[in-house]
Design a protein around this ligand. Sequence first.
Ligand SMILES: Nc1ncnc2c1ncn2[C@@H]1O[C@H](COP(=O)(O)OP(=O)(O)O)[C@@H](O)[C@H]1O
Ligand SMILES: [Mg+2]
Length: 306
Amino acid sequence: MNKSLDVLTIGDLAADLVLSGRDVVPEFGQKEKMLGDYSLEMGGSTSIFACQAAKLGLKTALIGKVGNDEFGALIKKTLKQAGVSLSYVKTDPSEKTGLTVILNAGNDRAIMTYAGTIDAVNKHDVPDALLKATRHFHIGSYFMMKRLQPAYPALLKKLKRYGASISLDTNWDPEEKWDSGVWKVLPLVDIFFPNANEARLIARERSLEQAVKKLQKVVPVLVIKKGESGAEAYAGGKKFAAQALKMKVVDTVGAGDSFDAGFLYGFLSGKAVADSLEIGCLCGSLNTTMPGGTRGQPRLNNLGGS
Ligand SMILES: Nc1ncnc2c1ncn2[C@@H]1O[C@H](COP(=O)(O)OP(=O)(O)O)[C@@H](O)[C@H]1O
Ligand SMILES: [Mg+2]
């Protein structure tokens, strides 16, 4: 089948307002605290992912909606600058663009979100011709995009028939139920990208080791992200590991999403799992050196020998 698109994803489109400082814990009683810094950037796990994929030269499209507002304009501008196709990003005047407020205390963060356009896409927004043209389909923010959850098993089966590979990064479950049909999706996934906590919670195991045992039986390539400790992968009965780079971390927003795109760049270029893991770690680590999810992302010519 003729594939004109390398990567397709569905956008949890939102802006990120990151508030940084030594003490970013709010106090009621009208207490006013001073911040060290703030940044306003495009957020959304899959949009950050799409930007990194496009920057690495993958032909990338995103299906999504933004509100008719300043945050929507910021998101479209950021996607466009990275080289992501905007052909399937619609402006919907009846919705507000999603907004995430992140309280950034260095290596940890608290997150509050207004959903808005994050969960605005439904299965009717996904054209069949586009699925046919796609080499690889990536699901991000699984738990937040509720409208699509019931549609995923059929959608993924169709993609498989059309010859696409599939990856999944659930991210955190804001409801902390860790189910929402994810076990119906996992057997259809080629690469699963949880971080270590998400892996344990989805597998319902106390130890990462047990979680890996369980998840490995279901997905051919299991990639566990471990923050500053790098990442590991399990594929073909083997274990691989890669280190994160030692970075002066500004914030870790989007590190995991950029990691996913870096790994996929390797995978779709036919590189070995170990090499793909290294590229993922490089993208994740560089991401942490700049505010927000996209500024630190490398382009293909920054990857060196990779
Ligand atoms: N503090 C950090 N220092 C260096 N690299 C990091 C840091 N945090 C994350 N990374 C890089 O980004 C990757 C993904 O980040 P991680 O926090 O594990 O994912 P997620 O954001 O999905 O939880 C890591 O594997 C690592 O390579
Ligand atoms: Mg993540």
